[in-house]
Design a binder for this molecule. Sequence first.
Ligand SMILES: CCCCC/C=C/C(=O)SCCNC(=O)CCNC(=O)[C@H](O)C(C)(C)COP(=O)(O)OP(=O)(O)OC[C@H]1O[C@@H](n2cnc3c(N)ncnc32)[C@H](O)[C@@H]1OP(=O)(O)O
Length: 305
Amino acid sequence: MATLLKLFPTCTWTGRLAHLSRKGWAQSRSGRLLPCFPASQRCASTTSYLTVEMDDNTGVAVVTMKSPPVNSLSLDFLTEFSISIEKLEMDRKCRGVILTSGLPKVFSAGLDIMEMYGKGPEHCAEFWRAVQEMWLKLYGSNMITIAAVNGSSPAGGCLMAMACDYRIMADNPKYSIGLNETLLGIVAPFWFKDTMMNTIGFRATELALQLGLLHNAPNALRVGLVDELVPEKEVLSAASTAISKWLAIPDHARQITKSMMRKPTIDRLLSHRDQDINNFVSFITKDSIQKSLQVYMERLKQRKT
Ligand SMILES: CCCCC/C=C/C(=O)SCCNC(=O)CCNC(=O)[C@H](O)C(C)(C)COP(=O)(O)OP(=O)(O)OC[C@H]1O[C@@H](n2cnc3c(N)ncnc32)[C@H](O)[C@@H]1OP(=O)(O)O
């Protein structure tokens, strides 16, 4: 409990864990205790990068990513994310999660490049373990997970969306989604590739990975990278409609089926986890790769000028 309070000084989930003594109350960002209204059975918690709104009536939590400017997946973000998903997993009332962005135009810009640029091997290893953990928690979740993709979602952002059970994307041709690692001069690891292959098949993955394809929304639907396109304003309501269909399926049957589909892919990473970290560290710290990341970041910044 003390550790959680340290990790989440502003998080009402810690308040929730302490609910035995303070039932019905939640802690605001400023640390004030606020009532958690039983009438609507909703409870919101806010961490530095995420808001988690749990509706006890439906058993659905909406997890909103809010890490300006682009929801890039930093070490701190990933740590908070994994802890939040784990807490929902342990909450017997929670049956499903809708993952979305609270920022305009971007779902997630993927891994925070600054966590991989100019950093020592120890930091890179810690960062990569956190990336693995995020994927293991999401891809292996027993809960129903729906990605409400309300903006662009390159690379690690696409991985997050693919790790969910169902994807609904805003029908905006300016938004794109895909594993564009090769455009940065880096290589998507085998479990990124496996996740994409499980989603869109071998040939489409081979093309997408080698070319670093970022699909616009209509193309993403065409290749099966997303399951539905809806007008931008309706992404969240469409996610609620979609999840209600999934909630109608008995949990145990759905969970066993999900595990049957995903376990081999998860086990593959689990049995090579340390080797995958070592591979990442030796690859990302190479001078030539660091140069590629530097050039990519400079280009990203130049686009604005
Ligand atoms: C073995 C190695 C395997 C590694 C696997 C790697 C996986 C990854 O996820 S690598 C990251 C790949 N991500 C990208 O290529 C996305 C790059 N970003 C974009 O394309 C755009 O930023 C956008 C479409 C996501 C949003 O565009 P826009 O709204 O126009 O915002 P800006 O481009 O102006 O960006 C604002 C601000 O944020 C910085 N930034 C963007 N993406 C990242 C990122 N992934 N990491 C860190 N920082 C990022 C960008 O440089 C701008 O910074 P300032 O210029 O300082 O404002």
